[in-house]
Design a protein around this ligand. Structure first.
Ligand code: BEZ
Length: 218
């Protein structure tokens, strides 16, 4: 199990583009590792296609992508052709799919879904997402069950927030989208806020406490 702020394990694993050693694969980039239960399954086919279609958006944000399931590299390579056909993708598949047939990574990273098993009773991975920062530390993790496909626009939105809040002393409110107003961090004093965010606004609330401070995107 990896907690927020932990250095992500520097695993070595086989993938559809060769052996990946995580930290050197990431270099100075951000990274996303997302797992799915199994190859040749319908929801996973839509998810990997959606991520392939969004690959230029992740690249713009300097994010390197990796998918993972418990199947072999050979299975992944065959399945990629189905993903491309179903999702109208041409050319080279834009990110590697890691093989984890022995469930080594699935166990280390806490990705096993207790409700999902192969026909022979072997455990399968849930739909995990790990966002890793350029410092190799875990910045965000989410875990969905096999039966609920993920919303990858939300993952992109979360990356925008993570990258902004890594640089500026703000937090992003509910349903924030890139470019929208942000909240000044509660740890910033009123004097600091005046200098750092000259256009910020303090919103009056019944408690009289001045903690709701919004600012245009700094
Ligand atoms: C799917 O990708 O469609 C799927 C995989 C495992 C369990 C349920 C759905």
């Amino acid at each position: 199990m990896v907690n927020l702020g932990d250095v992500f394990p520097n695993f070595t694993a086989k993938s559809t583009t060769g052996v990946i050693k995580l930290h050197s694969y990431l270099g100075d980039s951000w990274g996303i590792l997302f797992s799915h239960p199994a190859d040749y399954t319908p929801v996973c086919t839509t998810e990997l296609g959606r991520v392939a279609n969004l690959a230029p958006e992740f690249e713009k944000r300097n994010v390197k992508l990796m998918a993972l399931s418990c199947d072999s590299v050979e299975d992944h390579l065959g399945w990629i052709e189905d993903i491309k056909a179903y999702n109208c993708l041409n050319g080279e598949f834009p990110y590697p799919i890691i093989a984890d047939p022995d469930r080594d990574l699935a166990v280390t990273l806490g990705m096993i879904d207790p409700d999902e098993k192969t026909a022979s009773g072997m455990p399968l991975t849930a739909r995990a997402v790990f966002v890793i920062g350029p410092d190799k530390k875990l910045k965000l993790s989410i875990l969905y069950p096999a039966t609920t496909g993920r919303n990858f626009d939300e993952i992109l939105r979360a990356v925008d927030s993570l990258q902004l809040t890594a640089q500026k002393k703000v937090a992003t409110p509910a349903d924030w989208k890139s470019g929208g107003h942000c909240m000044v961090l509660p740890t910033i004093s009123p004097d600091e806020a005046k200098t750092m965010f000259p256009q910020h606004q303090v919103h009056k609330v019944p408690s009289g406490k001045e903690y709701l401070r919004t600012t245009p995107l700094p």
